[in-house]
Ligand binder design. Structure first.
Ligand SMILES: [Zn+2]
Ligand SMILES: [Zn+2]
Length: 352
């Protein structure tokens, strides 16, 4: 049988081969998008967990390991990757024996608001009438706070309806390495490690890279199967799978828009619309750190008519949220063995 297959391939007309090549060349470009670049970092479950523990004050290998029950080799590898990406910085703290710790860089700390936006979504939609596991206290104003995503210009909360888009200086497409696109994100079950977390719960739904790209395009107005396929060059079976999941998770609803032939489109539910804040928080971070300040997309706020960036603020005092200004109340009991211990503040904060 394999021989037959080889023969068939050899006999394929030149035109077909050329068309296929052209098609695969098209597939290997994707639209420049700061959200996609940010998600590429966050969609690795282990890397995300390591970062989360850093925001809670972990800096040393043993602390990460104890909190997450992560295999040593995996931890070593993720710390190396996060350092190479510029989110953590390795600092030697003891000469003999030679020991290093990992501190958040400015770039790493700047991702904190994205975590807060994801947390806010999870608290609102995924707690199923239970109390959110973590209560945030904003030390600047002393209040229990809820993060909101606001316009950097007027400090009002922004929603998908109150924003319009245009291409920025970084717009265009970037070639993507073959193979890389289709790699599955790491096992979502890993996200349950360590402590109950609504950020992790949110990432479980949306943290897969394709899922994210589908959601992002939906915020740019895409609703139909063919449109996603065309924009993203996504394989039909993968797109079907992601759309079905997003419907099952309550992000999209499927609506018939034509009878003959029967055709459906996908629209955001109220819950889905609420992902917008997290999305533009990622957009801002990606623009700043991964697009060399040449944003592919520029946002304008209808409310104040200004171009703006997403800023994550305290709902009580309207000041931007930073990791160093937060403390945490736990609505769950930490385990005795030190896992899921009470979070502290990032101990060592240093610029890169
Ligand atoms: Zn505004
Ligand atoms: Zn506050």
């Amino acid at each position: 049988m394999p021989q037959l297959a080889t023969l068939k391939r050899a006999a394929r007309p030149q035109r077909v081969v050329k068309e296929r090549r052209a098609k695969s060349a098209r597939l290997l470009h994707e639209r420049n998008c700061s959200v996609g670049r940010t998600v590429a970092i966050l969609s690795d479950s282990w890397a995300f967990l390591v970062l989360r523990e850093s925001y809670f004050g972990a800096t040393r290998f043993e602390t990460f390991q104890l909190a997450l029950g992560i295999p040593r080799q995996t931890l070593t590898q993720r710390l190396r990757v996060l350092t190479a990406q510029g989110l953590l910085r390795r600092v030697q703290y003891s000469e003999r024996p030679k020991r290093s710790e990992y501190r958040l860089t400015t770039m790493g700390l700047d991702l904190y608001p994205v975590m807060m936006a994801l947390l806010s979504f999870g608290d609102k939609w995924l707690c199923r009438s239970k109390k959110p596991p973590i209560q945030l206290v904003h030390n600047l104003c002393g209040s229990v706070c809820h993060p909101i995503v606001a316009c950097s210009h007027c400090k009002e909360e922004v929603t998908a309806r109150s924003v319009k888009y245009r291409d920025g200086p970084g717009a265009g497409v970037t070639p993507v390495l073959a193979g890389k696109r289709y790699r599955r994100s790491s096992d979502p079950a890993v996200l349950d490690r360590g402590r109950p977390s609504m950020v992790a719960a949110t990432l479980k739904i949306i943290g897969d890279r394709w899922t994210f790209m589908v959601i992002t395009e939906a915020f740019f107005g895409i609703r139909q199967f063919d449109q996603w396929q065309q924009k993203l060059g996504i394989a039909p079976n993968i797109l079907t799978d992601r759309l079905n999941r997003l419907v099952a998770d309550g992000i999209f609803e499927r609506r018939k828009y034509q009878d003959l032939p029967e055709r459906f489109e996908y629209r955001f539910t109220e819950m889905g619309k609420d992902l917008y804040g997290a999305l533009i928080a990622m957009l801002r971070w990606g623009d700043r750190w991964l697009s060399r300040d040449e944003p592919p997309t520029i946002l304008t706020h209808y409310g104040c008519s200004a171009d703006f960036q997403a800023t994550v603020i305290c709902d009580k005092c309207r000041q931007p949220l930073h990791a160093k200004d937060m403390s945490y109340g736990l609505n769950y009991r930490p385990k005795e063995d030190g896992r899921a211990r009470k979070p502290g503040r990032p101990a060592a904060i240093e610029a890169r």
